[in-house]
Design a protein around this ligand. Structure first.
Ligand code: IPM
Ligand code: MG
Length: 343
């Protein structure tokens, strides 16, 4: 392992620019405490870049991300530019171009807050399903206007996501395959078939198949029953926001877009650009900081990752919270509080 890791940093839009600097402070402190170096390669991609250059990121952006050991990403989206340009021009495009086929989204009960005891990992397939982008409009503006949007599932795409999910199940744990084959027998039928094939390769791992509507219900009713869930792109997107709701706020939720074969990874809080609160210095940086911890795991710095997670937990346990968790600490003060607990 090299002594210095090169990290690409893309704050992006809205609160991304406020929370990422706090995550960088924490990363620097973790690296110093554990005796390794970090070199940050800052990239100004996003909506401001779009206004200047007519595109969200340069043509070589995927190569830049692939070249770094990992990327820390903030958020994308702004009210002035359609999502079809911002999201598709940046994060969705990077996920596809780099085949970041896993989106790992841990959900767990927040220390120091009421709300039960649960910890689950949502493994979201991240390159296909409803997100391939095929479809279009016919007869635009007429009474016959028709829109199609095709979801695309491949055996290879399902298999690699499900295989990863099975391997992620802890000893004695349960894998839940999220389906909807009662209503979508073609695509979700393939999903179920491939899942059963992969399951046969993991005879020691308990698993179940559950329709997405029932999963949503059970996640609210009995979140403690889940360990690892594997879901298609859209289902995983929705369920991970539900998971964030269980935690009490979107502001804590972290994620990693990864391709375990190539080793490329983009780590981002799942909260988005939050234009309603952007620029006020009140956004919760813990989602970005938790994402930085996942990034540290990804580059093999587990000890540093644990240090960060412990400091986040200690901060929350002592009741220090930002506005989205009912407190009054600013973005910067939350960063300060985590740093103090790493010393
Ligand atoms: C997420 C986001 C994105 C998605 C948006 C910004 C397109 O909601 O990462 O969960 O739908 O994947
Ligand atoms: Mg989402």
């Amino acid at each position: 392992m090299s002594d210095t890791h090169r990290i690409c940093v893309v704050p992006g839009d809205g609160v991304g620019a406020e929370v990422v600097p706090q995550a960088l402070r924490v990363l620097r402190a973790a690296a110093a405490a554990c005796g390794f170096g970090l070199e940050f390669d800052h990239r100004p991609w996003g909506s401001a870049y779009y206004r200047e250059h007519g595109r969200m990121m340069p043509a070589d952006a995927a190569a830049v991300v692939a070249d770094a050991e990992a990327t820390l990403f903030g958020a994308v989206g702004t009210p002035e530019v359609p999502d079809s340009i911002t999201a598709w021009g940046l994060i969705l495009s990077l996920r596809q171009q780099l085949e970041l086929y896993l989106n790992l989204r841990p959900v767990r009960a927040v220390p120091g807050t009421p709300g039960g005891d649960f910890a689950m990992l949502i493994v979201r397939e991240n390159t296909e399903g409803e997100y391939v982008g095929t479809g279009g409009r016919l007869y635009a503006g007429t009474a016959a206007e028709t829109a199609t949007h095709t979801s695309v599932f491949t055996r290879r795409g399902i298999e690699r996501a499900v295989e990863y999910a099975f391997r992620a199940v802890p000893e004695g744990g349960l894998l839940t395959s999220v389906t909807k084959s009662n209503a979508l027998p073609v695509t979700m039928g393939l999903w179920d078939e491939v899942t059963a094939e992969v399951a046969a390769r993991h005879p020691g791992t308990g698993w179940e198949r559950m329709h997405v509507d029932a999963v949503a219900y059970q996640m609210v009713r009995a979140p403690g029953r889940f360990d690892v869930l594997v879901a298609s792109n859209l289902f995983g997107d929705i369920l991970s926001d539900l998971g964030a709701g269980l935690q009490g706020t979107l502001g804590l939720a972290a994620s990693g877009n990864v391709n375990p074969q190539t080793g490329v990874g983009i780590f981002e809080p799942i909260h988005g650009s939050a234009p309603d609160i952007a620029g006020r210095g009140v956004a919760n940086p813990l989602g970005a900081i938790n994402s930085a911890a996942m990034l540290l795991d990804h580059i093999g710095r587990t000890e540093a990752a644990e240090l960060v997670r412990a400091a986040v937990d200690a901060t929350l346990s002592s009741g220090i919270t930002p506005a989205d968790l009912g407190g009054n600490r600013s973005t910067q003060e939350m960063g300060d509080a985590v740093l103090e607990r790493m010393a």
